[in-house]
Design a protein around this ligand. Structure first.
Ligand SMILES: [Fe+2]
Length: 231
């Protein structure tokens, strides 16, 4: 006979939402973004230093909020065939710590184009995966963080972001922006709002970049990307 005076065991609902502090690999990855934006050089630019600080402060608020994690179903794109090579190359360079943290969640990432119409040449050579932002997986409106991957010889057409301050950090491979410099692992590209930018990629290796967007919540939520002109 089952005694009836025992306390009910504490049950955890299967639908209880996962939170950042429970999603260990995502939390480590967010910590890596924080460290990246603390240690990366600003080149003496007050604007870039201030952006780096804004990213760190936003990440700090995300960590303190311990937000829900909404894991989307993993999604691949043609460009993700180049991810292994990017990771292998990145492991050998100064961004290895971030690359390892990315590698830990790579099977959970949802790669996407972000554009309704993708130019034919770009469809096989480009994709990005968000880590934090209004659409998750780390749900926040403080900022958007993610990775963008380019196949060798990719040209990412000119685009700009209204109201969004963007930075890219090269993790693997080499890219140029607006033919104005070459960025290798450990270097940062800074794009103020409305600044048109076009990216080209080395012929030999794919390029993997981390990115951060800082903007008011309503802009991050409503953002839609368009090529060739400011929105
Ligand atoms: Fe951009």
């Amino acid at each position: 006979m089952v005694p009836t005076n025992l306390p009910e065991p504490e049950l955890v609902s299967a639908s209880a939402s996962l939170r950042l502090n429970d999603a260990t690999d995502m939390r480590y990855l967010l910590d890596e973004f924080y460290s990246l934006y603390r240690k990366i050089a600003s080149g003496g630019s007050p604007k870039i230093r201030s952006h780096q600080r804004a990213v760190r402060e936003a990440i700090g608020r995300v960590i303190r909020a311990n937000p829900p994690i909404s894991l989307r179903s993993p999604d691949r794109l043609p460009v993700t065939d180049h991810l292994r090579r990017s990771i292998d190359r990145g492991m050998m360079d100064q961004m290895a710590s971030m690359i390892r943290a990315l590698n830990a969640v790579r099977d959970q990432l949802s790669w996407e184009y972000g554009y309704e119409k993708v130019p034919k040449g770009l469809a096989r050579k480009y994709g990005y995966a968000e880590i934090a932002g209004p659409k998750g997986p780390i749900q926040t409106t403080e900022l958007t963080l993610g990775f963008v991957l380019f196949a060798p010889s990719c040209t990412y057409p000119a685009h700009a972001h209204n109201g969004i301050t963007e930075s890219y950090v090269c993790l693997s491979g080499a890219v140029s922006e607006n033919h104005q410099g070459v960025y290798t692992p450990g270097s940062m590209i800074f794009n103020p709002p409305e600044q048109m930018h076009r990216i080209t990629v080395s012929d030999i290796d794919p390029a993997l970049l981390a990115y951060a967007w800082i903007a008011p919540p309503e802009i991050l939520i409503s953002n839609t990307m368009k090529l060739g002109k400011t929105k």
